[in-house]
Design a protein around this ligand. Sequence first.
Ligand code: ATP
Length: 323
Amino acid sequence: VTRIGVLTSGGDAPGMNAAVRAVVRTGIYHGLEVYAVMRGYQGMIENDIVKMESRSVANIIQRGGTILKTARSKEFFTPEGRKKAYENLKSHGINGLIVVGGDGSFNGALKFSEEFDIPCIGLPGTIDKDIAGSDFTIGFDTAVNTAIDAIDKIRDTADAHDRLFIIEVMGRDAGYIALHSGVATGAEHVLIPEHKTDIDEVINSLQEKEKRKKLMNLIVVAEGDEFGGGEQVTKYIKEKLPNADIKITVLGHIQRGGSPTCADRILASRMGYHAVLCLMEGRNNVMVGIVNDQMHYTPLSKAVKAKQQIDEDWFDMIKILAS
Ligand code: ATP
């Protein structure tokens, strides 16, 4: 490769900028020309492509969001859209592409590199931590720390009023943000899509706690849990415990923003650095991951959303530690 493109696609995640910075600087160090493709695949189709210099990525390692912007592109699902995108890359002489995004973005990259002679490398950028082939994804650690920060604040007021708080965190298909933030804030219960919850057992446990005057309780719910998120869980518990003082907080998009944590900056820097090396070594269609602290390369076709089995002992532990 001589000229490479980099883009961010799908849902944004804190740390994407650190990844872009690593790609740009590693590429330039090795004598490559690096181009930023703005707004994901949509910018590729619209030829929104700009040449990057080392200074173009100055002062961004600490910034949330993505300076390249991100988008979802309907046109990229069509062969005509992808052809247009290819012609635009060719017109700039770009012969390698690095895509930071989720599994949808990897599907797009896979399709594209099967149709055209441009090798693609994926970097897992998603707050959900649910991509096969990497222990962590760019953005997860920041999102979970943002959630912890918010839940700690809720705990103060919950404790002052002896209230039960239901807190909904992000995670439509994956419960890692809920699981990790719940354990880290000492939540009494954590409800996630990967684990079946006996809601009546939750009610019983709350009733038992009420008897011994433990009224401050936190329940962390992933938005995609089996009951349909925090509102539904709140409704159900209110029906069963009409006298309890219950409040709900939906954390929402604050979980996507903010300055990336140290862990995310390092993860993104390592992945961005190795993504460029991958292209230089002639690797094609792989996602760069880190497993057991070692670089790990997964074919894009296998870098899918991974619904992992979460050990029952997580839930035993939550119960014991919150008793
Ligand atoms: P997140 O999981 O954070 O939302 P994502 O990368 O999975 O991120 P998607 O919206 O699923 O987000 O995908 C991003 C873009 O990738 C799509 O808008 C589309 O342009 C492209 N894409 C996804 N799947 C395909 C596909 N099968 N063929 C072509 N392009 C695709």
